[in-house]
Design a protein around this ligand. Structure first.
Ligand SMILES: *Cc1c(COP(=O)(O)O)cnc(C)c1O
Length: 375
């Protein structure tokens, strides 16, 4: 059994979903479980979210949706990033709703529905200003007309119309109102063509928490399900009623005394100022400890913080523990909710100029996930 683990607190996920539901008003909640549940494990995260009142699941990839169904998860699910070479037939036959990003995708959905003998369930995506997925306003009326025709012919059933925000993590940013207005126009154009889907959806975690006008019928939080704040402008996790679900731990693999002036790890980016004890920590960048944390990141041993000494390697890094009584086998907490003095994913992210999303979702496959609060 690996001494390292990403411990995932499923009760924290349940409580976060309950918090998000209470913030979402009358809207239903789609828990976004893409990217292996942001590194937490897709299936346990999905089940915990459903326990706590999520009524939908959201994923990006075809294979993610198929994996949910293969594991017996039958909740309504949307897969929004199918490409032309994905197996649309398999996704539609699995009873998964698909995002439609343009006319080509509509054709694929119609064909998959025909193969399955019932209309494919689609969610039409408008690009209301993010400039990423979805259809530009100028092309929207044509897609809407083609979709209305396909629906009349029994090729698709339009379940949703949706979009995604560029600056939701900056509440009050003028683009939020602007995208909201463009979304309203897109809905109106669709309604004129006879499309009045049951689900209009626009809000990610940040908008669920801070922009109620964007809630519509369904909210799509991801990062907040895992207890992480979508960004500093949205608020701290604790203030938002969220509990980080993941704690990354391992055990000290070696300690040794070294003299002053000892260069540590590749390229000797750290040199011991005094005779000291070095402790070896057996997790590295292959496990998702960013190499940029070299000489920057902190970890906790016995509730005390130590800075990473020298270069983070593929499998390991070193900390200088001075004269503290740290021994082989002692637990090292790399990050967690912060309740026992350990750093948070937010702190790591801040130290290297990224976001907490990237810290948790890049924890590697070599690190086993261990679940607490399983039902
Ligand atoms: C990832 C994603 C979400 C969830 O975003 P968070 O910021 O994690 O809440 C919602 N909608 C879409 C389209 C996404 O890609």
């Amino acid at each position: 059994m690996s001494v390292s683990a990403a411990r995932v607190d499923l009760d924290a996920i349940r409580s976060n979903v309950a918090t998000l539901k209470s913030r979402a008003g009358d809207a239903d909640l789609m828990a976004v479980v893409k990217a292996d549940g942001y590194g937490h494990g897709m299936l346990p995260a999905a089940r915990a979210a459903l326990d706590a009142g999520a009524s939908w699941l959201g994923v990006a990839m075809a294979d993610e949706a198929i994996e949910l169904r293969s594991a017996g998860v039958s909740a309504p699910t949307l897969a929004w990033l199918l490409g032309p070479n994905d197996d649309w037939n398999a996704v539609v036959a699995a009873g998964v709703d698909v995002g439609v990003n343009g006319p080509w995708a509509l054709e694929r959905a119609v064909a998959a529905g025909a193969a399955d003998g019932r209309p494919a369930r689609v969610h039409l995506k408008a690009d209301t200003g993010l400039g990423r997925g979805g259809v530009q306003p100028v092309d929207w009326p044509d897609l809407v007309d083609a979709t209305a025709k396909a629906q009349a012919d029994g090729g698709v059933e339009v379940i949703g119309i949706w979009s995604h925000l560029a600056y939701a993590d900056n509440p009050g940013h003028p683009t939020i109102d602007r995208q909201h207005a463009v979304f309203e126009q897109a809905l109106e154009i669709a309604a004129r063509a006879g499309l009045r889907p049951q689900l209009r959806h626009l809000a990610n975690s940040a908008a669920t928490l801070r922009s109620p006008a964007t809630h519509y019928d369904l909210v799509r939080p991801g990062v907040a399900v895992y207890g992480l704040s979508p960004g500093p402008e949205v608020g701290e996790a604790g203030e938002l009623g969220l509990t980080p679900a993941m704690t990354l731990t391992t055990q000290v693999a070696l300690t040794k005394q070294v003299p002053a002036g000892q260069g540590v790890s590749y390229a000797h980016r750290y040199t011991t100022p005094l005779p000291t004890t070095l402790a070896l920590v057996p997790l590295g960048y292959a496990d998702g400890v960013p190499r940029h944390l070299t000489n920057l990141g902190e970890v906790a041993v016995g509730g005390r913080r130590y800075r990473i000494a020298g270069t983070v390697c593929m499998d390991q890094f070193v900390v200088d523990v001075g004269s503290d009584p740290v021994s082989v086998g002692d637990e090292v907490v790399l990050f967690g909710p912060g309740s026992c003095g350990e750093p948070t994913a937010d702190e790591w992210a801040e130290a290297i100029g990224t976001i907490n999303y990237e810290i948790v979702s890049r924890i590697g496959a070599r690190v086993p996930r261990r679940y607490e609060g399983e039902r």
